[in-house]
Design a protein around this ligand. Structure first.
Ligand SMILES: Cc1cc2nc3c(=O)[nH]c(=O)nc-3n(C[C@H](O)[C@H](O)[C@H](O)COP(=O)(O)OP(=O)(O)OC[C@H]3O[C@@H](n4cnc5c(N)ncnc54)[C@H](O)[C@@H]3O)c2cc1C
Ligand SMILES: NC(=O)c1ccc[n+]([C@@H]2O[C@H](COP(=O)([O-])OP(=O)(O)OC[C@H]3O[C@@H](n4cnc5c(N)ncnc54)[C@H](O)[C@@H]3O)[C@@H](O)[C@H]2O)c1
Length: 465
């Protein structure tokens, strides 16, 4: 590997590789890069979204919320329990007391550990000022042969008059509230809304969810989305088909005016209306990197952008906006940097996701609507019809499988109910390795009476010849 030595060109320092963003991008550099001269640029907290304000803290809050929700559901089992309190600051400080040191030690490792003598960390909001030329936001401009654009995404602020004049929260800030509010409005009906409505309502907060479409989680399979919306409406004040047209601060809280004339007031407002890639911050036109219509970096199957030597990964270039996708793509970029003559392709065939709400949802592959134009068969299995579902007294959960009738290969799977995110994994495995439904169902033991019997039965229910 011909690598350049450190070189100063006027005030411009030259690197073999510059990585922008320390989410999944930070995992690329290991000992195999020991003779590369590397720069890492980060504008915020080391470790990125997932660690600091995304997957990890939300799931730590969700687990705690699941515990807090137990008493409310215990009576039907003949167990009388009572939730006597949620010590918010203790919950919050336990979670961030664990996360913040990880972010700090990640930074410390890159800046001070002998493993990283070849790595320079710049703390600044970087932007391109010319071809492969980056203003690091620290007063220093650098150049490099190769760049990895891994600068992620950020919450979108919708264009609601008055919103920018009031204090509102996004997922970046709401998990660090000073105190638990009595009431909260959540604007949006997607992932963040579903997870954090569960968290805050389980802690005793009155939650109102405002969604602009007719269902929550509307990108899920229609039956799953409808079931979730029905159950959510029993727990939260869910207002569907409503647009917020004005926001104002009133008393000690916020009032949202809706397009049908209703008003909703609460102590806190959480805006959860999606995320956009941070490409606009980077002035990528200056280095010739092209974006798609939604502002994501265009990459090929090797995660290469339209400029030679410039790669991208994660939320910057992936519409999936999922951590396991960012991690997979980081491994692909890592390999392709090390072995440019034998590049590997990213595998986006079967990208699963889960929504860690209550109930949980997990999904992979085609929804029934998406399968409309291909030959397919469908089966569903209720949790209520398997032994462990009886134990849990579950009456609302189900798994839906979609398969190709000629080959028996699975095309999609959608689960709503307890442990959905775990139950779906054997289906992801079967789809990834081309295992057909019959072989999967009968070619192995399924532990009785465990929850995966949900999948076993759904497989056996498929009307295959
Ligand atoms: C509340 C929430 C919960 C989530 N839960 C899950 C989950 O359960 N499962 C899941 O798979 N995904 C989840 N996600 C999505 C997941 O967090 C992201 O897909 C993932 O973190 C993206 O990683 P990344 O490396 O692409 O970007 P990031 O982790 O966002 O890293 C990008 C970094 O680049 C930095 N940066 C940005 N611009 C610049 C610049 N100009 N110069 C220098 N640095 C810059 C940022 O400060 C940031 O640290 C969640 C997201 C949120 C918001
Ligand atoms: N468990 C997970 O994997 C997980 C959890 C949280 C977040 N995430 C990731 O983070 C991303 C962002 O999550 P999110 O919930 O913010 O986005 P989302 O795309 O899941 O949902 C956005 C919601 O806001 C609504 N919306 C958009 N504009 C609006 C407007 N102007 N007024 C009212 N409603 C509006 C949309 O209809 C949708 O219901 C997700 O796409 C997901 O990839 C993943």
């Amino acid at each position: 590997m011909p690598l350049t030595a450190v070189r100063f060109d006027g005030h411009v320092r030259h690197f073999d590789l510059v990585i922008i963003g320390t989410g999944s991008g930070n995992s690329i550099v290991d000992k195999r890069f020991a003779d590369w001269n590397v720069a890492i640029v980060e504008k915020g907290t080391f470790g990125g979204t997932c660690l600091n304000v995304g997957c990890i803290p939300t799931k730590m809050f969700v687990h705690t919320a699941d515990l807090a929700a137990v008493p409310a559901n215990a009576a039907k089992f003949g167990v009388d329990a009572e939730l006597t309190g949620v010590r918010w600051t203790d919950v919050r400080d336990r979670i961030f007391g664990r996360i913040d040191p990880i972010a700090n030690s990640g930074r410390e490792y890159r800046t001070s550990h002998p493993d990283n003598e070849n790595v320079t960390v710049y703390t600044g909001q970087s932007r391109f000022v010319g071809p492969k030329t980056l203003d690091t936001g620290t007063g220093e401009t650098i150049t490099a042969d190769r760049f990895v654009l891994a600068a992620g995404s950020r919450p979108i602020t919708p264009d609601v008059p008055g919103l920018n004049e009031i204090d509102f929260h996004t997922s970046d800030t709401v998990m660090r509230l000073e105190e638990l509010p009595r009431t909260m409005i959540i604007l949006g009906g997607g992932f963040v809304a579903a997870e954090l409505a569960h968290v805050f309502s389980s802690f005793g907060v009155d939650v109102t969810v405002i969604a602009r479409s007719g269902a929550l989680l509307r990108h899920e399979d229609a039956d799953v989305s409808a079931r979730f919306t029905e159950l959510a409406s029993q727990r939260w004040d869910v207002r569907l088909n409503r647009l917020a047209v004005r926001a104002e601060r009133t008393g000690d809280g916020v009032t949202l005016h809706l397009d049908n004339g209703e008003t909703v007031a609460a102590q806190e407002l959480l805006v959860a209306t999606g995320r956009r890639p941070n490409t606009d911050l980077l002035n990528l036109a200056a280095t010739g990197v092209e974006l798609d219509d939604d502002g994501y970096v265009i990459v090929d199957e090797h995660q290469k952008s339209t400029v030679d030597g410039v790669y991208s990964l994660g939320d910057m270039s992936s519409h999936h906006q999922l951590k396991h996708v960012a991690n997979h793509e980081a491994r692909v970029v890592q390999h392709n940097l090390l072995h440019p003559d034998e590049p590997i392709a990213a595998d986006h065939r079967f990208v699963p996701h889960a929504v860690f709400s209550s109930p949980q949802i997990a999904s992979v592959g085609l929804t029934e609507e998406q399968a409309r134009d291909v030959p397919h068969v469908v089966s569903t299995q209720d949790y209520a019809g398997i032994a462990y579902g009886w134990a849990m007294e579950d009456t609302t959960g189900f798994a839906k499988l979609i398969a190709d009738p000629s080959t028996g290969l699975l095309l999609g799977a959608h689960i709503i109910g307890p442990q959905a995110s775990t139950l779906i994994q054997p289906v992801i495995q079967a789809m990834s390795f081309g295992l057909d439904a019959r072989t999967m169902a009968r070619g192995q033991y399924w532990i009785h009476p465990a929850m995966p019997e949900l999948i076993e039965n759904a497989l056996l229910n498929l009307p295959l010849g």
